[in-house]
Design a protein around this ligand. Sequence first.
Ligand code: ATP
Length: 388
Amino acid sequence: MNAQAKIHLDRVVKKYPGSKVPAVEELTLDIPEGEILVLVGPSGCGKSTTLRLINRMIEPSGGRILLDGEDVTKANPDKLRRRIGYVIQQVGLFPHHTIADNIATIPKMLKWDKKRITERVDYLLDTVGLPPEQYRDRYPRELSGGQAQRVGVARALGADPDIMLMDEPFGAIDPITRERLQNEFLRLQEEMHKTIVFVTHDIDEAIKMGDRIAILGERSTIRQYDTPERILAYPVDDFVNDFIGNGSTIKGLNFLQVSSLRLSDYPALRESESAAAGLNLLQEKGRDWLVVLDGEGRPVRWASQEQLGQAGTGDMRGVGVEVGDHLKDENTLFEALELMVQSAAGRTCVVDDAGQFQGIVDMGHLNKAIRTAQSEARRHYEELEANA
Ligand SMILES: Nc1ncnc2c1ncn2[C@@H]1O[C@H](COP(=O)(O)OP(=O)(O)OP(=O)(O)O)[C@@H](O)[C@H]1O
């Protein structure tokens, strides 16, 4: 692992009183600093228990937990929890306290002065997209589910902890608000660089939110621990494969960019040229579709051999079908696929910032990129095995 471990779980065990099997069995896990690690796995596999062991909401039955290299297994749990932000699905705001008081919970415990607390509350409300003048004096019952969840995040950030634990934080929210909160949170994390452990049972949320993902099986055993791209390119066994479900290869296209492709030379001509010249070019290159460019070199239409043949000796203005949206370097191959399946030509054009034609992406490009990602991931695991 490149990033330094902020949190290290060392053979951590949790056995609830009265239960025969442990909820967490000898879990050893490094949680890298400044990243989002997602714990994902089927219901009841022990995700929440693992999360709650980290801030000692639950006492471990065995093993050690290290924060910044320091063993906190026996530290004062209250003190520990002030260092660690905690967000849960049901938010858990105090109903009789205003939003401002809820956010100020930890700063108050830490006896910050009033001015500092007020400034911090307003700053945090702003940060999570709730204008302070409208929200600070409201009560939790006066908020929508999505707003309450934002307040939950603001409260967890209260005393600026460097670690956040998030237990299905966006689980109970409608899909559109959920996606918005996920995106906002990812943007926030780009500035905050907190160490975050994020629990979900939804693999798509894990893929979206995680810098790394730990896929857990029963008793919190780690079935695969890696970046989302590598897990999608190379699920290590049937359990992981089944858990990811259909379409893992296509989901993996989200992690590949157009800039990584070598664009092939593709026949393209300005529309002021004759259709006969276009047809000649296609036949010479052995291609089916010509990219017709406007006077500025921007792709405007696809023209097939048949369409060019029908146009005869005239120029190519109006010949062919609209090219639709274009790709740029920063687009993902998932976006490329989306455009390709909509395109009459089954391929899509790439343009530069000025909109000028650079080349095309077709299924061959995607196929090659996927196969490269898969073989790199396979090689990575073979090396790991060889060094074990
Ligand atoms: N307080 C408790 N007492 C006894 N057993 C518990 C307790 N809390 C959880 N368990 C058991 O421990 C196991 C792991 O539960 P946990 O809530 O950690 O799973 P989870 O992966 O977070 O599940 P979910 O996705 O359904 O929330 C389960 O078998 C559960 O029944």
